[in-house]
Design a protein around this ligand. Structure first.
Ligand SMILES: CC(C)(COP(=O)(O)OP(=O)(O)OC[C@H]1O[C@@H](n2cnc3c(N)ncnc32)[C@H](O)[C@@H]1OP(=O)(O)O)[C@@H](O)C(=O)NCCC(=O)NCCS
Length: 162
């Protein structure tokens, strides 16, 4: 049976998650970001996907300040084991993470990622445009997951993002 299941990350998973990110991204930059987010206690939610005993996917959510207030969430990095791409694991991680964030009352989530991948979950570059951030363009997207989300402001990212 090829059952995939999703659970919260445990502190002892950090090395496995770092290895998965390095493999999926083909470099260690994202793994370092994940390590730093956790070391700085800036991670809001970290989910991992499993198949049997193997960790096959990971997604990170972290706090973003708008105008100095903790009123937004960032998504990323996220990764899936390369040989399992295209089987819905990444989408399941995004959907579950967004549900948890909405349930916690968060109103807006930002991502810097593939413009072809994130719109199907409600992310839009238009929505992100009025926000002042270290990035811009079609890869910078926002998703209003609850009513009353901020529509503009200056974003501050955690130190992990430099
Ligand atoms: C992006 C990623 C997490 C998706 O995971 P996945 O389990 O393959 O995702 P799913 O199977 O749920 O969905 C596959 C979709 O992702 C799209 N996708 C995957 N990689 C992509 C890329 N580099 N650019 C654009 N789209 C991409 C596929 O086209 C597919 O689209 P479709 O559903 O419309 O056919 C995975 O490809 C990955 O780990 N990539 C390397 C690391 C990375 O780029 N992380 C994301 C940074 S924003």
């Amino acid at each position: 049976m090829n059952k995939t299941w999703i659970r919260r990350l445990k502190p002892e998973d950090v090395d496995t998650v770092a290895a998965l990110n390095t493999l999926a991204f083909g470099g260690a930059e994202e793994a370092a970001i994940v390590r730093r987010l956790h070391a700085d206690h800036d991670s809001l939610l970290s989910l991992v996907a499993h198949r049997h005993d193997e960790m096959v996917g990971h997604i990170e959510f972290f706090r973003i300040l708008i105008g100095g207030k903790p009123s937004a969430v960032g998504l990323g990095p996220m990764s899936v084991l390369p040989e399992l791409h295209g089987r819905g694991i990444g989408s399941s991680l995004v959907r579950m993470g967004l549900l948890v964030m909405a349930g916690r009352g968060e109103s807006i989530v930002f991502v810097l990622g593939h413009p072809e991948f994130y719109p199907k979950f409600g992310f839009s570059a238009e929505l992100a445009k009025p926000f002042k951030a270290p990035w811009s363009g079609p890869a910078f997207m926002a998703n209003a997951i609850n009513p009353g989300a901020p529509v503009e402001g200056e974003l501050t990212y955690p130190a992990a993002f430099g």
